[in-house]
Design a protein around this ligand. Sequence first.
Ligand code: ZN
Ligand code: ZN
Length: 241
Amino acid sequence: MPAKFEILTIPPENTNSVLMTVGNDAVIFDPWGHGDDWAKLLGERGLGLRAIYTTHGHGDHIAAAPALAMRYNVPWYLNAADAPLIKWSEGLLEYFGLPSIDKNTSTHLPAGQFEILPGAWADVISVPGHSAGGMAFYFRDSGILIIGDTLFATGVGRTDLPGGNQTALTETITRLMNMNFPDETFVIPGHGYASTWGEMRRVNPYIHSVCGCGYGQNSCTCHHEHAGPGSDHKHSCQYHK
Ligand SMILES: [Zn+2]
Ligand SMILES: [Zn+2]
């Protein structure tokens, strides 16, 4: 049975959460909002929650994780390097009127290959930079990449928040580019609209700044395939053939 993925923006709308299902089995990535709203949704759809995965430890990605983990007695996975961020989430959750998280109930999520739901495997990829323990989830068979706040459709995650590191983020983006995801891969970021890897490689200036092709740094207007007038960087960029 193929896995289904749905982007949900639960009130108070802020973050892209992802509901993944195989049949009636479900997992949630980055459960924003109130646990009660998720419980209602799962109940209405007759879904059984099997686990919660979080791309990183910022409050806007873990808000409902502890409540749901307790309610359904399922693990909440978070890379241990981000556990110290949980405490820092208090102010943000308070701002949005969400319950604070006073202790770490997460289970360490390492990089590797995991069967997230029966028959649905993900490459769990370490993507430090926006935070130290950032993780992305690549479902090769479904062509889905859940990338948290590492990259957005046309932007990049901040590195000035706790756990952020600009050098690490640059290395992460380089590594992601070298993974050569198919252009049609559907990329779901933590905020804003989803895109495809091919479109992001074409228009995202942070990808271009890492690859050194110049687009985004010198207002080059010939970025499409890098074949426009005066585009002598067409052949200098290994990522934009
Ligand atoms: Zn974040
Ligand atoms: Zn975020």
